[in-house]
Design a protein around this ligand. Structure first.
Ligand code: AHE
Ligand code: ZN
Length: 311
């Protein structure tokens, strides 16, 4: 029988700067090239908070936020071959189509296949799969994990080892992959990069723009590299004296740690299972999904590293 509309619980962001509302929403079946997932766990990232605070220039409301999750495939749309119902999966806000110019280059992970529609908060066909109280809800970062069920493009999903604990590997959907990948990139580019100094700055500087400038300027003259991974609010800019670059420092950035997402995340999951990658240490709080606004409060207060919400 064909998949039907599912009614489920979700945390809806009706408008910026308001707490999320727990609502019953309708999630339409996946269309061609799409997959519907039952989300098991989701963590809260600063990017969700900054979007909810109205600071993301691409933010669209009302929407279902959340982009650091894990779950189980419920149903698949026409033509989907890489995953099947029952598979354990992680949604990927940077997809991997393997067809675009960016995927074909080894220099970047920034797949562009569905980037425009993703930024507009809709599926690749230009429509949304979420409704609540008769209103369409926008998707977010191609993931929308703050819903018990969500729909994502097949290229925005990777299958992971069934034995991996979903309440831990959700962190590989954003935070840990981003930080780990950025550190590996820094180490590859310049083994002498003063990582200890950058970490110290992170503890004392609260202003992101000042921190990013200080990180560059603390780089070694001649070869030091500073890699930007943190997003800033709409209209914010970073600056430094050209002298800092003239004298051999490199200012660059990466998204999602530079990982080609569908190839790499299943491997990162396996590294965790083999005890070679830390995840548990980053989970500072665990709570029921219904407590999501308390999770946002913890994040704003600086008391949490990662809050994992279980449905
Ligand atoms: N939409 C924002 C930019 C937001 C942004 O830079 N997002 C990061 C991920 S944040 C994860 O917590 C990213 O990977 N961006 C890649 C991309 O293609 O957006 C804006 O400024 O408009
Ligand atoms: Zn994030």
């Amino acid at each position: 029988s064909l998949p039907q509309v599912i009614e489920c619980k979700a945390a809806v962001a009706w408008e910026p700067k308001k707490p999320l509302s727990l609502e019953t929403i309708q999630v339409a079946p996946p269309k061609a090239g799409e997959v519907r997932i039952k989300i098991v766990s989701t963590a809260i990232c600063h990017t969700d908070a900054y979007t909810l605070d109205g600071l993301d220039s691409e933010g669209k409301f009302p929407c279902v936020l959340g982009h650091e999750g894990s779950g189980i495939v419920e149903s698949v749309g026409e033509g989907v071959t890489s995953v099947a119902p029952g598979d354990h999966v992680i949604p990927l806000y940077i997809p991997q189509c393997n067809e675009c110019k960016f995927c074909k280059s080894s220099k970047t992970n920034l797949c562009t296949k569905i980037r425009t529609t993703q930024g507009e908060g809709v599926m690749p066909d230009g429509t949304t799969r979420f409704t609540c109280k008769g209103q369409q809800l926008y998707h977010f970062m191609g993931c929308s994990t703050f819903s018990e069920y969500t729909v994502v493009a097949e290229i925005s999903l990777c299958k992971v080892a069934a034995e991996a604990p979903l309440e831990k590997v959700c962190l590989l959907g954003c935070g840990v992959s981003t930080g780990y990948g950025a550190v590996l990139i820094i180490c590859c580019v310049a083994a002498e990069a003063p990582l200890d100094k950058v970490c110290l700055l992170g503890q004392t500087q609260t202003n992101l723009k000042q921190l990013q400038r200080a990180a560059l300027e603390s780089c070694h003259k001649g070869w030091g590299v500073s890699t930007i991974i943190g997003v800033a609010a709409a209209g914010q800019e970073i600056s430094t004296r050209p002298f800092q670059l003239v004298t051999g420092r490199t200012w660059k950035g990466t998204a999602f740690g530079g990982w080609k997402s569908r190839d790499s995340v299943p491997r990162l999951v396996n590294q965790y299972l083999d005890g070679k990658l830390m995840l548990d240490e980053f989970v500072s709080h665990v709570m029921n999904f219904d407590k999501i606004n308390a999770g946002f409060d913890l994040l704003h207060s600086g008391k949490s590293i990662r809050t994992v919400l279980n449905y």
